[in-house]
Ligand binder design. Sequence first.
Ligand SMILES: Cc1cc2nc3c(=O)[nH]c(=O)nc-3n(C[C@H](O)[C@H](O)[C@H](O)COP(=O)(O)OP(=O)(O)OC[C@H]3O[C@@H](n4cnc5c(N)ncnc54)[C@H](O)[C@@H]3O)c2cc1C
Ligand SMILES: NC(=O)c1ccc[n+]([C@@H]2O[C@H](COP(=O)([O-])OP(=O)(O)OC[C@H]3O[C@@H](n4cnc5c(N)ncnc54)[C@H](O)[C@@H]3O)[C@@H](O)[C@H]2O)c1
Length: 476
Amino acid sequence: MNDAPRTYDVVVIGSGPVGMNVADRTRAAGLSTAIVERELVGGECSYWACTPSKALLRPVLARADARRLPGLSDAVAGPLDAPLVLARRDEATSHWKDDGEVAWLDSVNVDVVRGHGRLDGPRTVTVATPDGGSVTLTARLAVAVCTGTTAALPDLPGLADVRPWTSREATSAKEVPGRLVVVGGGVVAVEMATAWQGLGAQVTVLVRGSGLLTTMEPFAGELVADGLREAGADVRFGVSVVSAIREDGQVRVGLDDGGELTADEILFATGRRPHTDDLGLETVGLTPGDWITVDDTLRAPGVADGWLYAVGDVNHRVLLTHQGKYQARIAGSVIGARATGESLDDDPWGAHAATADTVAVPQVVFTDPEVASVGLTAAAAQREGRRTKVVDYEIGSVAGAYLYGEGYRGKARMVVDLDRGHLVGVTFVGPGVSELLHSATIAVTAEVPLERLWHAVPAFPTISEVWLRLLETYRG
Ligand SMILES: Cc1cc2nc3c(=O)[nH]c(=O)nc-3n(C[C@H](O)[C@H](O)[C@H](O)COP(=O)(O)OP(=O)(O)OC[C@H]3O[C@@H](n4cnc5c(N)ncnc54)[C@H](O)[C@@H]3O)c2cc1C
Ligand SMILES: NC(=O)c1ccc[n+]([C@@H]2O[C@H](COP(=O)([O-])OP(=O)(O)OC[C@H]3O[C@@H](n4cnc5c(N)ncnc54)[C@H](O)[C@@H]3O)[C@@H](O)[C@H]2O)c1
């Protein structure tokens, strides 16, 4: 059935974490807002990405930590209870039901319109509803595209017949495969290899390049590769998949070095592409299938009259939930300010500029060891032409790390901009380092002078004492 056209101040397409936060902020600015969702309110992150992956990983990492403690290690020597781990993952995803998220949107007075949204010229969104009808939504002020991404698969002949895993199956599988091949060396690959190896699968990771996590400090990928191997995974570098065939329930994988592997499942963790191919981008002068480029106020400069915003993964600035939600907060206040004619504070670090996207992005990789980083790597700072000093410290030498677990292995690096006198990048790798990260994010974002950081005393005996050791090493 075709509903009568409806008009709102703001229409948001896509109700992942980012779309929901844009809608929340535009409502907080007093603007009427509708949000369009074709699957589950809460998006990829809640059901097939962040939440289920971390629910699978948490027992694996907790067991790894426990196994490093004499007196406790024997108690956790056995396998994980995989059905219970999967059941907790199912709880964490609300069994792939979105009532809770819908109720929250309702509580902030955002109207949810179910169906596939498409732009249909300026300020207009047509929604193909599940009953086969359509509804037209008109936006007085702004449309925010928050449609996220899907897995990008390589162009291998007959791949669809293999029914490969993508991140969706890797996070929602109902049982542990006997043998799992993981293709890729990025974050999804290493986290899912860690999870499924920990849950009892025999995992083989195939990396076409020479390292893991190549956008991070090199020691991050090296220590994660060591950790995966110690957990029993086979990690191979410089190898590409040239064929995959499913026969008798098994997958035969052909490699470019002439080798072959047989597995029960194959996961392609080979990056993402934007949900923009069927979004009506051509009706507003943009190209279907492309990422939507935006400025620091999250507005698409390629669209006349400045009514189109793209927020979160779909703009390709940073593919992380927390960073997309940061963009959402900025975009919401930008739309609110433009609605009232208020002038924008869009200079770097202003209220209306997503400055942190380019200088201070925090990320945690939930592997054993964990990786936590923010800002620039040493190599990236050098590429930017900064005069830097790079300080490294073995985290295992800190009393808190020794107490955390026997044989603690980990490394910290801080990158100091010598001309500006503050940190531009920090990386920690080691068990339990994820909760250290926000201290580094504050130091980088607030550009805390190193002389002042010297007065930030870490508590004894925590792993945070690595901050003191890094600063002592820097001062000499
Ligand atoms: C396995 C995995 C683990 C991850 N773990 C983490 C993590 O631990 N931490 C972290 O920060 N990030 C993590 N990420 C990244 C994170 O999932 C994304 O950055 C985040 O989901 C982006 O949010 P979004 O709202 O932009 O898009 P999405 O979450 O993808 O949501 C987009 C929504 O738009 C809807 N949609 C799309 N097109 C239309 C349309 N035409 N009409 C209507 N609705 C539409 C979709 O159905 C979806 O609900 C992970 C990613 C993966 C794959
Ligand atoms: N904990 C977290 O914060 C977290 C967890 C998972 C995902 N994410 C985010 O989700 C995004 C997607 O992650 P991802 O790991 O899918 O992508 P990615 O871009 O990080 O890594 C893709 C990997 O696949 C390889 N690859 C690409 N095409 C290939 C091909 N044809 N054959 C073989 N290898 C190929 C690349 O070399 C790379 O190693 C990332 O931006 C990441 O930040 C974050």
